[in-house]
Design a protein around this ligand. Structure first.
Ligand code: ADP
Ligand code: MG
Length: 694
């Protein structure tokens, strides 16, 4: 890095970027649009990529048709028109002692982009033309740098309208000159040494202008570790705060309660279910609130584990809330409980939309008096508006729909309830370490006995008639079928629910009773349609992915998914789970409307495996954390540099380190941890509701 001191001596980390030499008000405004206000912001605006100028070829190395990159200087840029409406732009680039001609057809406007004297990077497939090499429509990047580019990794920044790479590079260079050494080190010195991490000044310098690949890797590692450690510290503080600093009712298990509960259950529990129950009731027996995630594949039998926990709470005189993500599912849970508890004196209540005001008021009054012991409902039941007499346990089904934010927003009661959070979405480990990093995890590893496998097919379009014939045969034998469409209605879309209804009801499945359920129907309409299907009144249920979550109809064994490429693997897995719930073999067929290589890889993986965790990892590797880590859904601010697919090892290290640090210094109160604590609170304090720490 050239050492110049062109900045006013007063440039500091907190200086507004507009006072950096060469910035000015207009550029400052554009930087502000990228969230860059101060010199510090600029230093932490990391390149999204690097242009590797160390891998440049020379012209002698060119091979006909083989992709190559060179850097050189433009000597001439000229348009020649051959015929009306047809132009050829030729740009002559000098590369060392040789020349390369770059050619564009019918793009005359490029003439204004390239000028004599510019340093450019040209990539493309060279072709030999009589005397010199030529590239047609190559990829060209104007470097606009005075420095010779050889032997460098040039940073590439995420940009916005009106800012060029060059501007940002120059500003970052100036910011580094004045302030790189002023950056505060957050890690205590012994930690830096023990983990052989680059110092913050070195890391920030080298992340922008790495002298070589090794220095870049070292800088990146330091910054990734820091980002993940700060996140894990915030989660560890949250954990500590939830478990240790709050009081809960100790709902102790006993042999007598155990045998009373087991008498109510309609079947013997699997070893996995018993293990899960042991972990859960051990937590519930303490006077510190449980915060546990119960992860178990679709159909692994989580409900009954939850029922056990609920009955234990009730036996100990506490109230229970069971929250479901949809009303349909809430009502299904209510029925299951009703059936199980028919012979007991437990009182159930439902809080959901579609109740009359009177009915609702009565229910709320009975909850407040403690008469209702188990409250089932949708999100409203935990919103804080409902008064309980003695709330001891909150169970949240299908938690992935809610996320950290909502969990943090749960009202804090004088005595905290125990929390059990359930999800059937197999969550890749890296994600559960971040999104659910504040929870203890129990995994249900087995399935109830006698569970049948599902045969999965990915046929071509001309095999449709055969599949529908098979479906008809099975329905005639008494089974039921789901047909899933990705959307309710869409212009000219064969895979839409309304188009399929039309064609199935008048064709393939005209002999059968078809029910319909989708997200545009009212909860009551949905409920009726689901009920009719469960009773067998409808033999076919045509639905959007609203049936994805939790619906339990063991007689339904056929699943047809149209437009399968539009579903994520986790979603497909959930859907397939709907037809492996009883004693009959299930069949799941995927039809696609359009295929990409990525979709193909996903769907093939789906056909070849029924292991939800494996599929989640595949989805994650192919599509990235996207859906799962969507900030809107989960409320965590996005990561700036860490990549949860690439940086798994660093994540694990950071998690272990964070837990250990918080174990030794539970509130990070020691002076050497002050900076780490401040960073964790600044970034995650409000989203995780950590305000009270420190
Ligand atoms: P999920 O984990 O997807 O919520 P459920 O709790 O709905 O799964 O259970 C799926 C089905 O398996 C239900 O019909 C349930 O009654 C049944 N089931 C659960 N546990 C057992 C068991 N131990 N033995 C037999 N059937 C079981
Ligand atoms: Mg369930």
């Amino acid at each position: 890095m050239p050492v110049r001191s062109e900045n006013a001596p007063s440039v500091e980390l907190t200086t507004r970027v507009q006072f950096l030499k060469g910035c000015g008000a207009a550029r400052a405004e554009r930087l502000a649009a990228l969230g860059i206000h101060t010199v510090r912001d600029l230093l932490f605006y990391f390149p999204r990529d690097y242009r590797d100028l160390t891998k440049l070829s020379s012209i002698e190395e060119f091979e006909e048709g083989q992709l190559a990159s060179v850097s050189g200087t433009i000597e001439e840029a000229e348009i020649s028109s051959r015929a009306a409406g047809r132009s050829v732009l030729g740009v002559l680039v000098r590369v060392g002692g040789d020349h390369l001609r770059a050619v564009w057809f019918n793009q005359p406007f490029l003439r204004d982009v390239y000028h004599r004297g510019q340093t450019v990077l040209v990539s493309g497939k060279p072709k030999r033309r009589s005397t010199r090499w030529e590239m047609v429509h190559p990829n060209v990047r104007v470097l606009d740098t005075d420095e010779p580019p050889a032997g460098q990794l040039l940073p590439v920044y995420p940009l916005t309208e009106g800012l060029t790479e060059r501007h940002v590079r120059q500003l970052v260079e100036r910011a580094l000159e004045s302030c790189a050494d002023a950056l505060e080190e957050v890690f205590p010195p012994d930690m830096l040494a023990a983990k052989s991490l680059a110092s913050i000044s070195e890391a920030v310098r080298h992340i922008h202008f790495p002298p070589d690949h090794e220095a870049l890797a070292r800088a990146r590692r330091r910054l990734v570790y820091q980002e993940l450690l700060v996140l894990q510290l915030a989660l560890a503080l949250k954990r500590h705060e939830m478990h240790e600093s709050r009081r809960a009712f100790a709902l102790e298990p006993s042999a007598k309660i155990d045998s009373r509960i087991r008498r109510l259950l309609p079947f013997a529990l699997t070893p996995g279910q018993n293990r899960a129950i042991e972990e859960i009731i051990a937590d519930m027996g303490r006077d510190k609130p449980m915060h546990r995630l119960l992860q178990g594949d679709v159909g692994s039998g989580k409900t009954i584990v939850a029922v056990y926990a609920m009955l234990l709470a009730v036996a100990r005189g506490a109230q229970v809330v069971l929250m479901a993500p949809t009303e349909v599912l809430a009502r299904q849970h209510l029925e299951t409980l009703d059936r199980l508890l028919a012979g007991s004196h437990t009182r159930l209540g439902l809080v959901a939309g579609g109740q009359t005001a009177k009915n609702r008021a009565e229910t709320l009054a009975s909850i407040a008096s403690g008469e209702i012991q188990i409250v089932v409902g949708t999100q409203a039941v935990i919103s804080g508006e409902i008064a309980f007499a003695r709330l001891g346990l909150v169970i949240i089904d299908e938690q992935h729909k809610f996320g950290v934010h909502q969990r943090a927003a749960l009202k804090r009661l004088a005595v905290s309830p125990h929390y059990l959070v359930m999800t059937a979405t197999p969550i890749p480990r890296t994600i559960s370490m971040t999104l659910f990093g504040d929870l203890d995890v129990t995994v249900l590893t087995d399935h109830p006995p006698g569970r049948q496998n599902v045969h999965t097919y990915l046929p071509t379009d001309d095999e449709r008639p055969r599949w529908w014939e098979f479906v008809r045969k099975k329905i005639a034998e008494g089974r039921q079928a789901y047909v899933i469409a990705p959307v309710v209605e869409e212009n000219e879309e064969r895979a839409s629910l309304s188009a399929m209804h039309e064609s199935l009801a008048n064709g393939e499945l005209e002999a059968f009773r078809i029910g319909v359920v989708h997200g545009r129907m009212s909860p009551a309409e949905k409920q009726d349609a689901m009920e009719a299907f469960r009773r067998g009144d409808s033999q076919v249920l045509l639905a959007t992915s609203v049936v994805e979550v939790g619906i339990d109809v063991p007689n339904a064994t056929l699943m047809t998914i149209e437009g399968a490429e539009r579903f994520g693997l986790a979603q497909l897995h959930q859907l397939r789970g709907r037809v492996s719930r009883g004693k009959f073999v299930g069949y799941c067929t995927l039809f696609t409307a359009a295929r990409t290589t990525e979709a193909d890889a996903r769907l093939q993986a789906f056909v070849s495996s029924t292991d939800g965790f494996y599929l989640a990892e595949v989805d994650f590797a192919l599509r990235g954390p996207g859906d799962l880590l969507g900030t809107k859904q989960h409320g965590l601010p996005p990561l700036r540099i860490a990549d949860l697919v690439r940086d798994v090892e660093v994540l694990e290290e950071a998690r272990a380190d964070a837990l250990e640090l918080v174990r030794q210094d539970p509130e990070l109160a020691k002076p050497e941890h002050a900076r780490l604590r401040r960073m964790a609170l600044a970034r995650y304090g409000s989203v995780l509701d950590l305000g009270h720490v420190g």
